[in-house]
Design a binder for this molecule. Structure first.
Ligand code: URA
Length: 232
């Protein structure tokens, strides 16, 4: 199947109508705001651990109480030089058992969302704010997110993505250091350490609220337009 046909099939699976691309203006992209620090400035990436060292450090981490209940740490998966990075909240039951992010039902929908923009799980990098599962999938506590923050920052420094998609309220609020509701964070381009960041709904929420899939698709289109605009 040609790429476009395949993408249409994924969109149909997501219950989404066909999108006709157009060239966005900077205003469409929400780029009027200050972009923050240059992502490629060398000082941004100084003082980071390499992949092996970082992964080993996460595996033996005891920085917060969540380490006591974990089966596995959930580090991240995908292409380590990806242009796109998807950041979720925290491992759930399946992720804790398998040691890989987004492998449950929500993960399957995330895969569909990624494929809908012409990418694959293997072509992007996927990580979470937390590397250990909170008990009963409760929201991460602020001190847990703080304890884990350096790992995610180190991953970002290694991957150096061109764009970040914050998947769900918790990821968005933690990355943007805000308590603003997700409904207000969507629909604009934010920046995390100079990297454009677009917020979308968590696939676990979309599984419960099918009507919001259309909005999620709007978010992905915004991310795609933003990404395409970067190379101009
Ligand atoms: N939800 C998340 O936010 N991350 C996962 O890895 C799984 C479910």
């Amino acid at each position: 199947m040609a790429l476009d046909q395949r993408r249409l099939a994924y969109l149909a699976a997501m219950g989404i109508e066909v999108w006709v691309p157009r060239v966005p203006s900077a205003r469409d992209l929400g780029l009027a705001q200050a972009p923050g620090a240059e992502p490629d400035a060398p000082e941004r990436w100084a003082g980071t651990l390499g992949w092996d060292e970082l992964e080993a450090q996460v595996e033996r981490c005891t920085a917060c109480p969540l380490h006591r209940g974990r089966t596995h740490t959930v580090f991240g998966v995908g292409c380590r030089s990806a242009e796109w990075m998807f950041i979720g909240e925290a491992p759930g039951e399946q992720e804790d058992l398998q040691g890989e992010p987004f492998v449950g039902r929500a993960g399957q929908l995330l895969n569909e969302m990624i494929r809908a923009i012409g990418l694959s799980r293997e072509a992007v990098y996927i990580a979470n704010v937390l590397k250990c599962r909170p008990p009963k999938n409760r929201d991460p506590a602020p001190e847990e997110a703080r304890a884990c923050e350096g790992y995610l920052q180190n991953q970002l420094a290694l991957v150096r993505p061109k764009i970040i998609v914050a998947v769900g309220r918790i990821a968005a609020q933690n990355l943007l250091n805000t308590a603003t509701p997700i409904g207000k964070l969507r629909g604009q381009v934010h920046h995390y350490q100079g990297i454009p960041l677009v917020v979308t709904y968590h696939p676990a929420y979309l599984l419960r609220s099918l009507a919001e899939k259309r909005r999620a698709w709007e978010d992905l289109k915004l991310a795609l337009r933003t990404f395409r605009h970067l190379d101009r």
